[in-house]
Design a protein around this ligand. Structure first.
Ligand code: HEM
Length: 273
């Protein structure tokens, strides 16, 4: 016997359970435009959307780092895998900004003043998790103690990659003590001995735990690199070689940043296999 489909509930005492959970009223009231230009809305919302994705990705990489610390590879791999889907979605959100002409950008650019994505604290946390630690990046947040404290904590914690190297060491791979016990608040520049470990991993069983982790990290590295390149190209299209609102040389500065490889040994090791 078939039952007629029941309809959704319409009556609620107060706000809807959806609103209580999603806070859509809060989210959709955070779009405070600084100009009258109709093109500014999508610029602001895309930036906010990217901030949300940064937040999710930081969460995944912190989950992965913790899981590796606890030798729980499957939880780490699941979090890294989710982060690659999220990075794909993050990168796809460039589309509405990727075609702006300089005149279209100029229509609201001055209203942004000195505001620049360079000042994104969550992006900086994301870079810290990759091992790209720079204490000077804390300076912009001196006037925002809670943000500063969170970033400072992240600066002194082992990065995701530090946890990977320690995990490899516990699995018996020849990770030098100086790498295992390094000062995690400074940028990790890469080590020949670590490259050798990855070369051996990649020359061996392609289904080993080490190789699967290496590939998950390579996927992450490539997608971060793509974000940087898409940002670079969108910037070049929207403002050519002008100075950035954050005070940098603009495209020339971003170009230099985009040439850096995430998890460098995972790329250099490939030449040895
Ligand atoms: C077409 C639009 C955009 C242009 C023209 C642009 C331009 C720039 C420029 C010139 C810089 C260098 C720093 C400076 O002097 O300001 C920069 C940095 C940055 N921007 Fe954008 N940006 C755009 C969109 C976005 C969006 C949507 C986000 C998302 C949050 C973003 C995030 C960042 C980040 C995180 C940095 C720092 C990169 C690093 O430290 O390596 N940008 N941007």
């Amino acid at each position: 016997m078939s039952h007629p489909p029941t309809s959704p509930h319409l009556e609620f005492e107060g706000t809807t359970p959806y609103e209580d959970y999603v806070k859509a009223e809060v989210l959709t009231n955070l779009q405070e435009m600084l100009s009258d230009d109709p093109g500014e809305m999508v610029f602001l919302v895309t930036t906010q959307v990217m901030e949300l994705w940064f937040t999710v990705i930081v969460h995944e990489w912190e989950t992965a780092a913790r899981a590796l610390r606890e030798d729980d590879l499957s939880v780490a791999l699941a979090a890294l895998k989710r982060s690659t889907y999220e990075l794909e979605a993050l990168n796809a959100s460039w589309e509405p900004l990727a075609h702006m002409t300089p005149a279209q950008f100029n229509a609201f650019r001055a209203a942004l003043g000195e505001a620049s994505g360079f000042q994104s604290a969550t992006y900086r946390r994301l870079e810290f998790l990759l091992g790209e630690k720079t204490p000077a990046m804390l300076v912009p947040y001196r006037g925002a103690p809670a943000v500063h404290a969170r970033l400072e904590k992240a600066l002194h914690e082992p990065s995701l990659y530090d946890e990977v190297l320690r995990w490899l060491a516990r699995r018996g791979h020849a990770i030098p003590e100086a790498v295992r016990d390094r000062d995690v608040s400074v940028r990790y520049a890469g080590e020949q001995a670590v490259e050798d470990v990855w070369s051996r991993v990649y020359a061996g069983d392609q289904n080993s735990d080490e190789c699967r982790l290496g590939e998950a990290l390579t996927e992450v590295a490539e997608l971060v690199w793509r974000w940087r390149n898409d940002h670079l190209v969108a910037t070049r299209r929207a403002m050519g070689a002008k100075i950035g609102s954050g005070g940098s040389a603009g495209v020339a500065w971003l170009e230099k940043r985009a040439t850096k490889h995430v998890f460098p040994e995972l790329w250099t090791a490939r030449s040895q296999v």
